[in-house]
Design a binder for this molecule. Structure first.
Ligand code: SF4
Length: 432
């Protein structure tokens, strides 16, 4: 993992919903230093914004799932009118997503929204852009400039422009698109800089994961504004998940990206859940709730592990708030190793489950009792941690697993007695 790329920082929200900072590491205009804010997760509502009750319900559901920022579409005046009723009822910063009609941005600012998103592909009248910049500046609101591949394609002189711009990145598969995105951004951001406005975030989305990696990498070399990462039109969750994670992981591992949105043609709750899991997996966010480890199962399995894992996942998601590590393993091969590194763990064998708490064996129960006993142990461990009697991630006892290979020898004793060469490059478990 590379360290986060320093950017200017933007901050938005209010005292009621709280404030979110995005990016950081570069000093503010007044010289005050900033540190990079944790990468935030955002999503967008799927219902109509003018359906006030439905929109409030959806925003609150997404915030409860862990969304740091929620965006809403405001295609019509009735949507920006609805914002006045929606905003006092939600507990997360709201971004108005504006396309085609700059008036919607002005109305959303007036309604009290926390941030505006503009698309240079469809709001490009200089005077209109300046009006929006001035309205945001007066209220201290940031603007995201989002260039999307689908809405930025040159319609006039396309062949000529493709040739000119493509030559800039002639070594890239997407040279023309990359050049046009950067050219549009430079042109658009010049208007902002002329207005002395720097509260900006940038996005440059495509449905092509490789293009997304190239675009954000080039943009991060050229601009110091925080970056909102995303793969647009990623598709259904089943395939969109891989497409999004492929692009976003590559960028985040290189220190690029300050806020993320995973987009699915599905309930946005999955966007939040998967966005959080991505950040947890990369160590970019402190986990809330259980870190569940489970084996994929194989021909050695002796319990119905797929059902057990799903039941454990649902039960723990409801009842455990601490980021405890819970392992559910199918057999003795990898079971003891994973159990040793977990706070609470079970490994199965012969239609039974052997349960451990921080390395200490606490139960050996038949298959039908594994779920309830594991849950009981997790709850009891959570209580102990909350009372200060135990610490997460602190192993109490080393698990000594039974020798699974029997007389042939698993190697443990041989290694201990010096009969096996311990150097990793020459390790051989030879005959004595
Ligand atoms: S832990 Fe056991 S059952 Fe699970 S995948 Fe590994 S060998 Fe197979």
């Amino acid at each position: 993992m590379h360290s986060r790329r320093p950017t200017r920082q933007i901050r938005f929200g209010d005292s009621r919903v709280g404030f979110v900072s995005v990016g950081g590491g570069k000093p503010r205009a007044d010289g005050t230093p900033t540190t990079p804010a944790p990468v935030s997760v955002q999503t967008m509502t799927s219902g109509y914004t003018h359906d006030v009750d439905g929109c409030v319900r959806e925003i609150n559901k997404l915030a409860a799932a862990g969304a740091d920022i929620v965006r809403v579409a405001v295609p019509e005046k009735k949507d920006t009118d609805a914002l006045k009723e929606i905003l006092p009822q939600v507990k997360v910063p709201i971004v108005a997503d504006v396309h085609f009609h700059f008036q919607r941005a002005l109305e959303a600012v007036e309604a009290g929204v926390h941030k505006i998103r503009l698309n240079p592909g469809n709001i490009n009248d200089r005077a209109q852009v300046i009006d929006v910049i001035q309205a945001c500046k007066a209220k201290g609101l940031p603007i995201r400039v989002g260039v999307n591949e689908g809405s930025i394609i040159e319609r006039k002189d396309k062949q000529k422009r493709m040739k000119e711009l493509g030559a800039v990145f002639s070594d890239r598969k997407h040279g023309y698109m990359l050049a046009i995105m950067i050219a549009k951004l430079e042109e658009y951001l010049d208007i902002f800089y002329e207005q002395d406005f720097y509260d900006i975030a940038i996005s440059a989305k495509s449905m092509d994961a490789a293009m997304v990696v190239d675009a954000y990498t080039e943009i991060s070399n050229r601009f110091d504004h925080p970056l909102h990462l995303g793969v647009t039109h990623a598709g259904p969750k089943e395939t969109g998940c891989i497409r999004s994670i492929a692009a976003l992981s590559a960028l985040l591992c290189n220190g690029i990206g300050d806020t993320i949105r995973i987009s699915y043609a599905n309930d946005p709750i999955y966007e939040v859940q998967d966005g959080l899991e991505l950040l947890y997996s990369l160590g970019l966010k402190t986990r809330v709730g259980v870190d569940l480890i489970a084996c994929p199962t194989c021909g050695r399995i002796q319990v119905d592990l797929f059902t057990l894992i799903q039941d454990v996942r649902k039960a723990l998601a409801e009842k455990i708030q601490l980021p405890m590590k819970v392992a559910v393993m199918g057999c003795i091969v990898n079971g003891p190793g994973e159990c040793e590194g977990a706070d609470v763990a079970v490994f199965a064998g012969d239609r039974r489950g052997i349960i451990y708490v921080q390395g200490q064996k606490v139960a050996n129960v038949p298959e039908e009792q594994i779920l309830s006993k594991l849950l009981e142990e997790c709850l009891s461990f959570q209580d102990k941690v909350n009372r200060g009697e135990a610490k997460l991630g602190e192993k109490v006892v080393d698990i000594v697993p039974p020798d699974p290979i029997g007389q042939t020898g698993s190697g443990w004793e041989k290694i201990a007695s010096g009969l096996v060469d311990k150097a990793p490059t020459t390790l051989t478990i030879g005959r004595t």
